[in-house]
Design a protein around this ligand. Structure first.
Ligand SMILES: [Zn+2]
Length: 234
């Protein structure tokens, strides 16, 4: 009975691709670990294959492949980071956005002051630096941060940015909330954000939009923010 595997090209058990081409050749790369049924069909070598060295010699050869190093990555001229945050809105809490208290019938229930804008700006900066997120650097189960002003987190993120040799290129943030209207407060929030970041106002942009009355954001039950930052090497 004809083997159902008869269509598979036969490869000698010791065949590998010519030196220098192995990384681009599927069979050549895999031949040392091919199943036995692929190895027993015929002894006729495929074109461009040559008899190989024993597997032990191949493994020894692999020792010369580049190994991971502990050398730090090159210092990039620019680094981009994105931050996102969302908090529930509950009656009985202050609503603080960008370090500014905004009059509203509810605010953010959070371990710190629940400043959704500052939290996502921190995450964007940390992300650009390739660092862990705000929750890992300032854990919400650490009593030290209970009720903490989020300006503390921003100052630390800015310190880490400068320590890493970067400065803010520009920042673009979008707040998403149904209520209250932010237009009367937007410039105050932006000015405070610039102050906290030590940034020129031309480098900091702030937008606000509703969520079209859809989902918790649109039903005045939550608030969210996105931020993108560009850092430049000093
Ligand atoms: Zn948050």
């Amino acid at each position: 009975m004809a083997s159902s595997l008869s269509f598979i090209p036969s490869i000698p058990s010791t065949a590998i691709a010519p030196r220098g081409r192995r990384g681009h050749c599927f069979f050549g790369a895999l031949s040392p670990v091919l199943p036995f049924f692929l190895l027993s069909q015929s002894s006729r070598p495929l074109p461009n294959f040559r008899p190989a060295a024993p597997v032990s010699a191949l493994l020894a050869e692999q020792e010369t492949f580049p190994k991971p190093t502990t050398t730090p990555p090159p210092s990039l001229p620019f680094r981009v980071g994105h931050g996102f945050d969302l908090h529930r809105l509950e009656p009985g809490y202050p609503l603080i956005i960008g370090g500014i208290k905004i009059p509203h019938d509810r605010g953010c229930e959070a371990h710190s002051d629940g400043d959704v804008l500052l939290h996502c700006v921190v995450d964007a900066i940390l992300g650009a630096l390739g660092l862990p997120d705000i929750g890992q650097i300032f854990p919400d189960n650490d009593p030290k941060w209970k009720g903490a002003a989020s300006s503390v987190f921003i100052k630390e993120a800015v310190r880490l940015m400068h320590e890493s040799g970067y400065e803010l290129g520009n920042l673009d943030a979008t707040l998403i909330l149904q209520k209250p209207k932010l237009s009367p407060h937007k410039e105050t929030i932006r000015a405070n954000l610039c102050k906290l970041l030590g940034a020129d106002p031309s480098a900091v942009n702030l937008k606000a939009k509703t969520h079209e009355k859809v989902d918790s954001l649109g039903e005045n039950r939550s608030i969210a923010a996105h931020t993108v930052v560009l850092l430049m090497r000093k």
